[in-house]
Design a protein around this ligand. Structure first.
Ligand code: SF4
Ligand code: SF4
Length: 236
């Protein structure tokens, strides 16, 4: 059933200024995603997903609330979560332990994609501080390594960035990540791999998703990628 035909609940979730039809349209997009039927089978309200969720320990966030809102087709609550809750999820997928077979983190992935594709304010805000990260990842085809966390490069990331960069060796001894990667180790991407990544981002629409939230960044990335593909003699 289309969400727009469902019972219209009172505006307890806020966002009363946004037409119900628009909220229903967004929820319909979430439900239309091919992955959605595999991610939601109902909810026992057992709370196992909350117990294993790292984000639930630190934020006012609950994967159970997300699964329940989706199961009840609560259009107002789903919209509120798209504007607030979903950005607290760390996408670790520990919640896959759900005994009902749900994938709350997966539902959130879809909700995020819909939020980004539709230029929701929450998506713009959530990604605002990450434009340089997105630029790095998508232009170089590799990840951001801890030794890139310098206060000069990330002045808006608060005092902890300076603390981390000043004591990076200590942090890394205390909390060694698996790869211990830095810009000097395990960071370079083979030219052929980079071209393949560029083509994937073009063809899957991943690059276009950025347009809705940061047009300037999209333009720069598009230019970088097109130039590289041209240099390599690759036609799209
Ligand atoms: S994927 Fe998100 S909702 Fe699921 S356990 Fe991880 S942080 Fe929590
Ligand atoms: S673990 Fe599954 S069934 Fe239990 S509350 Fe979470 S989503 Fe619902």
């Amino acid at each position: 059933m289309a969400a727009s035909a469902l019972y219209k609940a009172p505006d307890v979730a806020g966002y009363g200024d946004v037409p119900y039809e628009e909220k229903a349209r967004l929820f319909d997009l979430v439900k239309a995603d091919l992955r959605y039927p595999d991610y939601l089978y109902g909810c026992y309200e057992c709370g196992i997903c909350v117990a294993v969720c790292p984000s639930a320990r630190f934020y006012d966030f609950s994967p159970r609330r997300v699964a329940q809102a989706a199961a009840r087709e609560d259009v107002e609550l789903i919209y509120q979560q798209m504007q607030e809750d979903i950005w607290e999820c760390s996408q670790c997928f520990s919640c896959l332990r759900c005994p009902r077979g749900n994938n709350p983190g997966g539902i959130i992935t879809i909700m995020r994609e819909v939020a980004v594709n539709n230029g929701l304010a929450s998506a713009r805000e959530a990604l605002e501080g990450y434009s340089r990260i997105i630029y790095k990842i998508m232009s170089t085809g590799t990840q951001v390594s801890p030794d890139m966390l310098q206060p000069d490069a990330f002045p808006d990331w608060g005092p902890e960035v300076k603390d981390v960069s000043d004591n990076l060796d200590l942090w890394r001894r205390a909390l060694p990540p698996e790869t211990l990667h830095t810009t000097r180790t395990g960071w370079d991407v083979a030219p052929r791999t980079l071209v393949e990544l560029y083509l994937i981002w073009f063809e899957t629409g991943a690059l276009d998703m950025i347009k809705g939230v940061d047009e300037g960044l999209h333009m720069i990335l598009e230019e970088v990628m097109e130039e590289r593909l041209e240099e390599e003699g690759v036609e799209r």
